[in-house]
Design a binder for this molecule. Structure first.
Ligand SMILES: C[S@@+](CC[C@H](N)C(=O)[O-])C[C@H]1O[C@@H](n2cnc3c(N)ncnc32)[C@H](O)[C@@H]1O
Length: 201
């Protein structure tokens, strides 16, 4: 078996061309995208949050897995890059684009929780972690990527990633799995068994 991704969202080719022209280099990998699509498909009628739209490649993967009754909110600080996503995906009524700081948005949001949170920027991952986790519904998934060391990481970033992983994995209200897949992922599912003593370890 190989790990080639065989089903690509129809909008991705156009988005990639625009991404190249814009010089944007932070879009998620194909393998991460394929997991996003699977997770979105696992939640008919699901409520999805993406922190960090970028140019919309992750958004395109999420949308490709969503059913007609699912919805997605995607938040991006940089209006210029998000415009590319809006141009390609803005006509989809299931998607709400928010332009602004993800931390401000997390602090101000008072709606229903989400079935899937893809935290792909600083707020919701390295800052505002608690708030992002609060917004994960029971049985819902929190997903982060870019966890395997990269030569481009600034000084101190590896230590920040280690702290983040430790913080997530010691929580009793989430079950976590590390995936050495694509840029390195962690998936955490909000479990209902806090304090019920069913852990085997
Ligand atoms: C890794 S990229 C997102 C990639 C996208 N999710 C994908 O899968 O293709 C991170 C994005 O976060 C944005 N960003 C940086 N700081 C932010 C903030 N404080 N609030 C919201 N977005 C932010 C950046 O402009 C960048 O577009």
């Amino acid at each position: 078996m190989d790990d080639k991704v065989r089903r690509i969202p129809p909008t991705l080719a156009t988005l990639r061309a625009a991404t190249h022209d814009a010089g944007f280099t932070m879009s998620c990998e194909e393998r991460t995208g394929s997991l996003l699509a699977v997770l979105a498909a696992s939640r008919p009628g699901g409520r999805i949050l993406e922190l960090g739209t970028g140019v919309g490649e992750g958004t395109a993967w999420l949308v490709s897995g969503m059913d007609a009754t699912s919805s997605l909110v995607t938040v991006e600080l940089d209006a210029t890059v998000q415009t590319i996503a809006r141009e390609q995906l803005g006509s989809d009524p299931r998607v709400t684009f928010v332009t602004g700081d993800g931390g401000d948005w997390l602090e101000g949001y008072d709606g229903e929780p989400f079935d899937l949170v893809f935290a792909d920027t600083w707020p919701g991952k390295f800052t505002h972690l608690e708030r992002a986790l609060e917004l994960v519904a029971p049985g819902g998934t929190y997903l982060i990527d870019d966890l395997l060391p990269q030569p481009s990481w600034p000084d101190g970033h590896e230590a920040s990633v280690k702290l983040l992983l430790a913080e997530l994995e010691e929580r009793q209200d989430f079950r976590c799995v590390r995936l050495a897949w694509a840029s390195g992922l962690l998936m955490a599912v909000r479990s209902g068994n806090v304090g019920c003593g069913h852990d085997l370890a």
